[in-house]
Structure formats: C-alpha cells, structure tokens
Design a protein. Sequence first.
Length: 279
Amino acid sequence: MSDIAVRPASCWNGFQEDNTMMAFRSPVARGLASLAGAALLLAAAHPALAQQEDCVAFDPRRIEVQRIGSRWKLVEQSHWIMDFAGRRTEAEQAQRVIRQYGYDHICYIGRPNPSMTYFVSRAQPTTVVIVRHAEKLDESANPPLTEAGQCRAETLSRMLAPSGISAVFATALLRTRQTVTPYAQSRMPALSIETYDSATTLAERIRTGFRGRKVLVASHSGMAEELVALLGAPPVPAIGNEFDNAYVVTLPASGPATVLHTKYEIWDKIVSATTPCHP
C-alpha cells in the first residue's frame, strides 16, 4: 500500500469518490489502483473449479420449450438440454428460471447416467464506463477539444490502461471522439471508435451485442445520465457543465444493474494546459 496516499479532495491525480481522493505516485500505480480500473477487473473467474466440472455451455436466451414426439424438452436449436416427459408446465417453469438467473451451463456428475445434474452461470458481467466529453474549445456547433481537454483525454486513457475495455463508442461530434481517441489508439491493435446517435439505441446495442464485455462511451451532459438509466442502473446526479465525471455501470448476468459515480482529474502538471500532457 506504499504507493497510495489518501488526502482530502483537491487537485490530486486519480479518481475521486465522495470526499476522498487517492493519489498515486506512478502512472502504473495510478492505472492499476484507480476505482474504475479496479471495478472493471473484479469479474474474476474460477478456472480451477471450471476445469474439474463436466459441463455443457448454452445460450439462455435461445432456450425454448419444444414438444418432440410425446415428450416436452428444453432445447437450444438441435441441442437437448433437459427432458420433462409429459410435463409441459414444468418445462416452461424451468425455462423461466434459467433465463431469470442467467444459467448458461448444465453440469453433470457421473455421466453417461449422471447421479446429479445442476446449472451454473459463468457469464461475465457487462461493464460500461460512461464519461462526458472533455473540455471543448468554444460554443460552436462542432468544436474540437482544448489543450486541457486533450490532456484530460490522455489522463482517461492512462487511467483505463489495465481495464480490458475492448469496445469504444462516441457520437459523431469531434469533442466526444477526441475524448476516447487516446485510449482507442493505445490498444494493440488499435480499437475503432463506433458511432452512436442516441442513448436509446446505444443501450440496446450494448445489451444485445456486447454481453460480458467492457465498453467505453464518450457522451454529453444529459445524454450520459440518460444512458445510465437506460442500462437499468439507479439514477445519478446531473453532470451539468463539469468534465470530470465518470459512471461505471455493471450489468450482471442476472439481477439489477449497479453504478459507481466517480471523478477523475487532469495530471497536476498540465492543469494550466501550458505543458505537454506527460507527468
């Protein structure tokens, strides 16, 4: 813990939550210990246990109840999951339970005639980091970032370096795209920045096409809070004219979404935007 010093909120580097700021002595420590980075890395699997289990994976969204011959079965296309004989009501109840809890594996003990059968969920949560664009040059229709804004964008990239974010979204405007460009370009290979035009369409796209992934979104005041709500998380405070807010929304395989509201500051040496964006 020698790399971390807890101080009252001020002009320290790092992510701020409530009235406490963590200051980290090196870029590596800043990134690894940042609240957003830590939140994105919490979904650890248990590979040792998984290797010992005899399980078959399936997609719970594709499970259907079908009558095959005289028997009711849970199926995923041509894959039979369970056989309920003539008990259709129980098959439909099982389908609802699987979907509610996000079960995506059926496991056996003692095949081919198992003495025990059980379901587990190995689905990773979906994590979405939502920020407002950094400082913009002026109030024109499509201004670029200021030098301070560019430095904030680079700060965000450094903070999220260990996060594992693999998809980046921004609106068509320069200020949102430039906010996430440093992170996108820092990946190997570089990530493309995908464009969205409304919080509603983006929320649906994340839910259906990015399950289990980690996503970065650059948005606007008002739209960022709307996206948090559309992802199913509790309401968050309005951003207003601030540029340092970040929302980390977690969508588990089952259960309600959660949100962490945090803040991040520009590197101390470039707050005045008079020096290059390097510590």
